[in-house]
Ligand binder design. Structure first.
Ligand SMILES: [Zn+2]
Length: 252
């Protein structure tokens, strides 16, 4: 019943001044074509009507915070459509990065526990978590290709078929094979560059080295850069640019 109500609840109109302030804060949104900006605004309003924001750690969710997150979250699904995000409603916003307690059991049965500083988190079928400090700074950090909102929402797109493998659900098996082959080759090239920087003091690659963790993290990190700094991304990853354009820009 709630799903039905949510789908039918009409999207609120976004006040002009609030929308203009959001575009001013995030040049990678303002730089879009007139058509894309109109679509972005409409989709952001729909997103706000469908999702529920929760402030954590004393953070109070303002219109500014909610719209900043909505406008960046819908960028990857501008052409795909909001149904790609229909497996969850909650968005948790922390004031800043959070320390998460992790544990894992190794093959000898020993449990290892450690603390990890996380900027955000996305789980299949569960809420998305981001932190306001990084979201607020996303205009400036676009230079480095960093964007926490896009990162977490791209994980959601990747996870739609149930597996975090750096490949979203695609229409054909051949498409999936081609996608995985391209991603794997680029991931290995990137990992080797990170290893050369670590071990031999070579220049660090432009992209966030967190992308060298695993192929699904590489996908999320590469997409951040693809959406917020297309010019630099095109120079660094021409093969991925073509692959991502085919997927994200296809008219459906
Ligand atoms: Zn991630």
């Amino acid at each position: 019943m709630w799903g039905w109500l949510r789908r039918r609840r009409s999207a609120p109109a976004l006040p002009d001044d609030l929308w203009r302030a959001t575009l001013a804060r995030y040049p990678f949104l303002a730089d879009r074509s007139v058509d894309e900006r109109a679509k972005l605004r409409a989709l952001s309003a729909e997103f706000l009507a469908q999702k529920q924001f929760h402030g954590a750690g004393g953070l109070v969710i303002s219109d500014e915070i909610a719209l900043a997150i909505a406008a960046q979250a819908v960028l990857p699904v501008l052409h795909l459509g909001l149904r790609w995000y229909d497996d969850f409603v909650g968005i948790v916003v922390h004031p800043e990065e959070v320390v998460a307690r992790r544990s894992a059991t190794d093959e000898t049965g020993v449990v290892h526990a450690w603390d990890e500083v996380v900027a955000g988190e996305a789980m299949q079928g569960g809420p998305v978590m981001v932190n306001w400090r990084d979201v607020a700074a996303a205009g400036e950090s676009a230079e480095t290709g960093f964007n926490v909102v896009i990162h977490e929402f791209v994980h959601k797109i990747d996870l739609r078929d149930g597996v975090a493998d750096g490949c979203p659900p695609l229409k054909s098996r051949a498409g999936r094979e081609r996608w995985l082959a391209t991603m794997q080759a680029e991931y290995e090239r990137f990992r080797e560059a990170v290893i050369r920087a670590e071990r031999f003091g070579e220049d660090w690659p432009w992209l966030d080295d967190y992308g060298a963790t695993s192929i699904d993290e590489f996908f999320a990190v590469a997409c951040e850069a693809y959406f917020v700094n297309r010019a630099r991304f095109a120079q660094e990853f021409p093969a991925l640019l073509a692959l991502f354009d085919e997927f994200y820009r296809a008219v459906r």
